[in-house]
Design a protein around this ligand. Structure first.
Ligand SMILES: NC(=O)c1ccc[n+]([C@@H]2O[C@H](COP(=O)([O-])OP(=O)(O)OC[C@H]3O[C@@H](n4cnc5c(N)ncnc54)[C@H](OP(=O)(O)O)[C@@H]3O)[C@@H](O)[C@H]2O)c1
Length: 287
């Protein structure tokens, strides 16, 4: 983690340490009174891939050519500031299949300086985990939730109510909504109820679309690895109905890192939602 970054924006350019870069953003102080501060973070290739197919295992995953410990450190600095993380049903299914004792969507905030940071800010070792699902198709035994795992699943109307009660008996908070897909407003309503002030979205393209459609995302952290990967089966940042108007961001900070995956370069960008000229644009999922 020793190699410094070059700050490109705002000017003037400067050499800055990587460790502490995103903790310094003090996201907890940004939460408005009436809803959580919502932010996300992706590592993406120059040709827009956040995942590629892993043929041997018949699944997609973040491409190893772009994932790297320096990006991961910043990912964890963002998780450390979160009351809760928001993930996908697919990811929760993956975690459930790993045979862990306790479901944690981000386990590493309980270690080292990040654990100390959370303690100093009066936070429990791990952020709560919220997952979005249309199906509730999870192995009941894989999701056994001992006290303290703080797992909630927000599901659409297609999920079986009896199955939902079964999960609740196992200590999981299940919230079922009366429309097929969970909407951004549902997520915010739940977060408000639970006193969640900072919400870190760590899901993929459908989770991000859910937040963008409801015009809820405050900040996008984007790591761009300066590599092109190609591939036929991949995910990009967002998937879903066209966003009209487009979701507008403004660049707040930009850093060049020469020590990305396998020595390649990467850019760390902080983009903030741009509300200028937004009057009269209702969220897509508003009633
Ligand atoms: N490079 C990166 O930074 C990065 C970051 C995140 C993810 N990824 C990768 O991207 C790929 C796709 O990730 P993903 O499958 O987790 O992403 P996703 O497209 O956000 O999640 C899809 C699943 O989430 C649930 N879901 C999402 N929005 C929902 C809504 N509004 N209402 C109800 N359910 C909803 C559904 O679960 P059910 O099937 O249970 O209905 C759906 O199948 C993976 O390979 C992942 O590793 C990469």
């Amino acid at each position: 983690m020793d190699a410094p970054l070059t700050r490109l924006y705002p000017a003037p350019s400067a050499s800055v340490p990587l460790t502490g870069l995103y903790l310094a953003h003090r996201l907890r102080e940004r939460a408005p009174a009436d809803r959580p501060y919502v932010y996300t973070n992706y590592v993406v290739s120059l040709d827009g891939r956040i995942s590629l197919e892993e043929p041997a295992r018949d699944r997609r995953r973040p491409p190893p050519a772009i994932t790297n410990p320096r990006d991961w450190r910043l990912y964890l600095e963002l998780a450390t500031q979160a009351d809760a993380v928001l993930t996908s049903g697919r990811r929760l299914r993956e975690i459930a299949g790993e045979g862990r004792d306790t479901i944690r969507c981000v386990a590493e905030t309980a270690k080292g300086d990040l654990a100390a940071w959370r303690q100093a800010h009066g936070l429990p070792p791990h952020p709560r985990c919220l997952a979005l699902s249309t199906t509730l198709d999870f192995p009941a035994d894989g999701l056994a939730a001992p006290p303290g795992s703080e797992l909630a699943i927000l599901v659409g109307s297609g999920a079986d109510a009896r199955q939902a009660r079964g999960f609740e008996r196992a200590g999981i908070d299940v919230r079922r909504f009366d429309h097929p897909r969970v909407r951004g407003a549902d997520v915010v309503g739940y977060a408000r109820e639970r006193g969640i002030r900072t919400l870190y979205a760590i899901g993929g393209p459908e989770v991000l679309h859910t937040l963008l459609a409801a015009r809820l995302l405050d900040r996008l952290y984007l790591t761009t690895a300066l590599l092109a990967l190609g591939g036929e089966a991949f995910d990009s940042l967002v998937r879903g109905e066209t966003l009209v108007p487009p979701y507008r961001f403004r660049l707040r900070e930009l850093y060049l890192d020469g020590a990305g995956a396998h020595g390649s370069e990467q850019l760390f960008a902080t983009c903030e939602r741009d509300d200028s000229g937004r009057e009269g644009h209702a969220p897509i999922d508003s009633p």
